[in-house]
Design a protein around this ligand. Structure first.
Ligand code: PHE
Length: 372
């Protein structure tokens, strides 16, 4: 326990002077008026009306004054404190109202804006693209056919004049399934659907064949901006009497125009496929530079200065294929073509990376979703 406080002499304690009191009150009122938000006002309250504020100290000292001085000092301190707490309350009210008004503006929700509660996503450009291609041919009276992606080796190769030892088999980097003696592959192209169509439909009743076959194909390729072990092709097959290379060229020109616009035609370059003879690579005229290869700013970036863009393969169906598939090659002839759907869409939409087609990002598909 500490001893009695011998320094304490109430008679000598003087009341806070009226001038000091006024200064403390005015400082408090000025600080209150200067507070611009509730946070600041809270700090002002602590400084000027809190337990340790000059006015609170002045109030505490009243008790220590001689009795005759207490009344007057009490009045003065009371008035000063009253003025401060009134000002605090008034400022508090103003700042609260401002705060509320600001929140109402900042957090306003326009309930009349259109909403999308159930985003429906988009159809994949490969789906809509394959449908668009099919529609172009259906409009010419063709049929659409599909076949399995896991295919008999015989239909993927042998029926198409690619015997077991044919050197061209190595051109198609094949995924084989196990066991090997079942002779089943992941189809390397859509051409087995040609063989299936001829074998199942036949032409013995005189009905010609005009089919397009869009579908997924597989090759042991790297996965990069221009290659993928899984991609899509569309195959076309026409079998009728008197079919020639001219019909093939006309059909592909029409396809190109429908797909890419007026003036986009094709050219043929001699090539080799075991299932067609003669065979050709088909190129599209570059739809950016229109075959010129450059523009005012230099080499055309789309065709890399070539003026043409590789599109696919085509030719007159090899009579050996017709024979293998039960079609009278003396009476009938036909043409066939096959091209990458992915590549076609990349050109059509200016896509730079093939992988965007396969990665299933909904932001990508939604952008194409409205195109039907
Ligand atoms: N199937 C060939 C390929 O994938 C393309 C093709 C189809 C060529 C039809 C000629 C005729 O490379």
């Amino acid at each position: 326990m500490s001893g009695p406080n011998t320094d304490y002499d109430p008679v000598e304690v003087a009341a806070v002077s009226p001038a000091e009191l006024e200064a403390a009150r005015d400082a408090a009122l000025a600080a209150i008026a200067a507070a611009t938000d509730l946070e600041q006002l809270k700090a002002v309250r602590t400084d000027h009306a809190g337990d340790r504020s000059p006015l609170a100290l002045a109030n505490r000292e009243i008790g220590a004054l001689p009795p005759q001085a207490r009344k007057e000092a009490g009045q003065r301190v009371g008035q000063a404190r009253g003025a401060v707490s009134k000002a605090l309350a008034a400022r508090q009210e103003v700042l609260e109202a401002e705060h509320e008004a600001r929140i109402l503006v900042e957090e306003a929700v326009d309930v009349t804006l259109p909403t999308d509660h159930d985003p429906v996503g988009g159809r994949h450009p490969l789906t809509t693209g394959a449908e668009l291609i099919a529609d172009i041919f259906v409009a010419m009276g063709w049929e659409v056919a599909e076949g399995p992606v896991i295919e008999a080796e015989w239909l993927n190769f042998d029926a198409l004049n690619l015997g077991p030892d044919h050197p061209a088999r190595t051109m198609q980097d094949t995924f084989w399934t196990e066991p090997a003696d079942h002779h089943v592959v992941l189809r390397t192209h859509t051409s087995p659907v040609q063989a299936r169509t001829m074998l199942t439909r036949g032409v013995s009743d005189g009905a010609p064949i005009y089919v397009v076959c869009p579908g997924r194909v597989f090759r042991t390729d790297e996965y990069d901006a221009t290659h993928s072990p899984m991609f899509h092709q569309v195959e076309g097959l026409a079998i009728d009497e008197g079919i020639s290379m001219a019909h093939l060229k006309g059909t592909l020109d029409h396809f190109a125009t429908q797909m890419f616009g007026e003036g986009i035609t094709t050219r043929f370059r001699p090539s080799y496929f075991p299932f067609t003879e003669p065979s050709a690579e088909v190129d599209l005229i570059c739809f950016v530079c229109r075959g010129v290869g450059h523009d005012d700013t230099g080499q055309c970036r789309t065709c890399r200065g070539e003026g043409w863009i590789e599109w696919g393969g085509c030719g007159i169906v090899n009579p050996r294929v017709l024979q293998a598939c039960g079609v009278d090659s003396e009476r009938y002839s036909g043409f066939a073509f096959g091209m990458g759907i992915d590549r076609t869409l990349m050109f059509r939409h200016g896509l730079e990376d093939l992988r965007t087609l396969f990665e299933g990002d909904v932001r990508f598909t939604t952008a194409f979703g409205s195109e039907l």
